[in-house]
Structures are given as C-alpha cells and as structure tokens.
Design a protein around this ligand. Structure first.
Ligand SMILES: Cc1cc2nc3c(=O)[nH]c(=O)nc-3n(C[C@H](O)[C@H](O)[C@H](O)COP(=O)(O)OP(=O)(O)OC[C@H]3O[C@@H](n4cnc5c(N)ncnc54)[C@H](O)[C@@H]3O)c2cc1C
Length: 379
C-alpha cells in the first residue's frame, strides 16, 4: 500500500506539494479549513519575477526563485495536461521604470550583477521605450527590460492545480473547519482531527498553512516565526494588450491580464489576520497610477481585494522537516513569491518525502533556523 501523505492547507503551496507527492505515487489527502485558494494564493497578482523581486544580491533565495522560474513551463504544462485547464501564462517580460535620476543607479547595479544569471535584461530609454510601452508616462527616464519575467492568472492556476490533484487521485477535503494541531509526542503516525470533516490518518505530514503556520509551533515544539502582511490590490477595466509588459515602479506595479483587467498592487501593511480592504490602502495605488501610466487618470478600480502574505523574519520561506521528525515537513512563509516558488517548493518537498539528500543550499531554508539562532544567542 502506498504511504499516506496528509497536506494541511489548500493554497498554492499545499496543492503544489500534493501534486508532486501524487506524481511520486503517494496516497494524498489535502485538508483545508475553508476554500482551496481562498487566501493569499487566490489574491496574488501571479507575477513570476525573480530578477525584479531580488534587486540586491545573488543569495540562496534568489537562486531558489530562479530555479523555480526555470521549472515553470514544464510544471505548468503537466498541470494543464492533467487538469485540462489553462493557467494563462503570459510571457510579457517586465519593465522596471525609473522616474528620477536617483532611481537609475540601483537599476544599473542590478543589471550588472544579474546578467551572468541569464536575466537577458537591458536598459531601455527614449523612443525605444515609448514604442515598447506606449502608455508609459513621457517623463519616464528609462526602464530595465527583463524579457524572461512572466505572469500567470493565480486564481486559474490554483483551480487547475486543484483539478489536477483530484484527477491524480487526491482526497481533497475543503471547509474542514478548525484543524487541531497533531500531538506528535504521544502518538505514532499522524492523526488530524477537524471540527467539520472528521479525522484523517496518515504516515507523513506536510504543513502548508501559509500565514497561519505559527498555529503549529507549540505542537511541533519550536518557534515558527511566520506572520501575516496584508496586501491590498485592485484592478482596472482596460483592453487586453493596452499595457504590454508587467510594469514596476517604486510604489506600485501593473499587470495586464488576458481577461482585460489591469491588476495594480499592492500595499504592505501589518493588520494581523484582518483582510479588510481600506480606502487608504487602495487610494494610494489609484493616486500613483497616472504618474506612471497617465491613461489611468480619473479611472476608478472595478474590483479591490486583499490577501495575507506569509512573511518570515528573514524573508525566506521555511521548507524542510521539523527537528527530530523526518515524517513532518513544513513548507510555509513564501511571503511575496509563493506563486513563483511553487514548482521549486513542490520539488524540494518531493525530494524530502522520498528521503533524498538535501543540498547545502536547500538547508538554508530549514524551518528551525531561528530556533538554532535563539539557542546560540542563549549560550
Ligand atoms: C496582494 C498579493 C499579491 C501577491 N502577488 C504575488 C505575485 O505576483 N507573485 C508571487 O509569486 N506571489 C505573490 N503573492 C504572494 C503569494 O500569494 C503567497 O506567497 C502564496 O500565495 C502563499 O501560498 P500559501 O499556500 O503558503 O498560502 P495561502 O494561499 O494563504 O494558503 C494557506 C492555506 O492554509 C489554510 N489554513 C489556515 N489555517 C490553517 C490551519 N490551522 N491548518 C491548515 N491550514 C490552514 C488557509 O485557509 C489557506 O487556504 C502575493 C500576495 C498578495 C497578498
């Protein structure tokens, strides 16, 4: 009989880990307290932008993002083939716009160190920039064009992943209500009790509960410093192709979707687990828009929503077995890049489930790295 893997959390990370486990032949159950993709994953802008998101240095996090981008096309093709659904990958490239002289130096620095990593990026200005993105403000000095960056429609990707997992035989338990943290110290194997959908037994556990990962700290016996950072985001009704690239500026970004919406994000505010959309959060995005894309002047968003990014203390995700229990794996804390990092996270968790050796690089994301820090400081 195949080993039974229970995945807790039905966001993109949980579903990606489930998809990988199914492909490796495990018997998989995914348990979600509410609706699949109903939290951060369904709220995301869907950008796959490792170069723009990592302007500082080529650290292990940047390399993980890059690896994930490389995996995306074939991973997505497998999901689309298994599900019969499209996730709307658009290979638009991105433009990071400089409106002031002071913005140029950091962009040039970024260009220089990222080139050896295959960014293919270049600085574009003047007439060429206007031709590439006709709606851009006339006072935009220059932009870094990064052709390898792309985006997906995140709600469609989550729906496709859910369907692919179902087709591959997963038990998908949504609206499970409260999930009791398992008592790992007094039981053998894994038993998960839920308030609305009974109990579920497994041999291995993968915890992918996003911003709620800290819920399991006491039961797992080590600190899990993941906290929610609210992202407020909105969309405008435009024509498809009116904004051709993903456009980034210092205060906001814009992503044109195939359905004719232009998604504009996103705030970063600390509001606990509150997902309310505030006037202040959205107003800032609406006011900033015409400075970069003047055609947005006077336009009101047609939709506005918010999600809770799972943030960690060092900005890197927690991916790996918990101390002393190889059968319990944590995959959470993907902060601003969970959509991008899904294929790489699924692949890492798959290797861990299969008992394969982890690389030194992968160990940088060990979930207990903060606990280790605490005890070193305590000595
Ligand atoms: C506005 C916004 C824009 C973003 N844009 C991008 C982008 O362009 N590109 C990108 O790569 N990333 C983006 N992100 C980040 C990305 O959305 C997240 O990193 C990613 O969705 C995290 O996935 P997750 O599955 O860990 O979390 P979630 O999607 O939040 O899923 C976690 C799940 O766990 C469930 N849960 C809650 N409590 C428990 C419990 N006790 N036990 C088990 N499960 C539980 C929740 O109901 C939820 O469904 C954006 C985020 C936001 C908010």
């Amino acid at each position: 009989m195949a080993e039974r893997v229970i995945v807790l959390g039905g966001g993109i990370i949980g579903l990606s880990c489930a998809f990988e486990a199914l492909r490796l032949g495990y018997d998989v159950t995914v348990i979600e307290p509410e609706a699949f993709g109903g939290q951060a994953s369904g709220a995301a802008a869907g950008m796959l932008a490792p170069f723009t998101e990592n302007p500082e240095q080529p650290d292990p996090f940047f390399r993980l993002c890059l690896e994930s981008l490389k995996l995306y096309p074939s991973w997505l093709a497998d999901i689309e083939a298994a599900s019969g659904c499209r996730a709307d990958l658009l290979q638009t490239g991105s433009l990071t716009v400089a409106l002031h002289e002071a913005d140029l130096l950091p962009l040039q620095t970024r260009l220089a160190w990222q080139r050896p990593f295959g960014s293919g990026a270049e600085l574009v200005e003047g007439e060429r920039l206007r031709r590439m993105e006709p709606q851009l403000a006339a006072n935009a000095l220059a932009a870094v064009y990064t052709p390898r960056e792309s985006h997906v429609y995140a709600p469609a990707l989550v729906a496709a992943l859910e369907k692919a997992c179902r087709k591959l035989g997963a038990r998908l338990v949504d609206h499970a209500g409260g999930i009791q943290a398992p008592d790992l110290f007094s039981t053998k194997g894994i038993r998960i009790e839920t308030s609305a959908c009974g109990s579920h037994d497994g041999d291995r556990l993968v915890v992918c509960s996003g911003a709620w990962a800290g819920h399991y700290a006491a039961s797992f016996g080590f600190p899990i410093p993941v906290h929610p950072i609210r992202g407020q985001i909105c969309s405008f009704d435009v024509s498809f192709g009116e904004v051709r690239h993903m456009v980034f500026s210092s205060q906001a970004y814009w992503v044109g979707k195939r359905n004719g919406t232009l998604v504009c994000g996103a705030s970063e505010d600390v509001a606990g687990f509150d997902r309310t959309v505030t006037e202040r959060g959205i107003d800032r995005l609406v006011r900033w828009g015409p400075r970069v894309l003047p055609f947005l002047d006077g336009r009101e968003p047609i939709d506005r929503w918010a999600g809770l990014r799972p943030a960690t203390r060092d900005g890197w995700p927690l991916i790996g077995p918990i101390p002393g229990r190889e059968d319990v794996i944590l995959a959470a804390g993907h902060y601003r890049n969970g959509i991008l990092l899904s294929p790489a996270t699924g692949a890492l968790v798959g290797r861990m489930l299969a008992g394969k050796a982890q690389s030194d690089e992968a160990r940088c994301f060990a979930p207990d790295r903060f606990a280790a820090l605490h005890s070193r400081r305590g000595r």
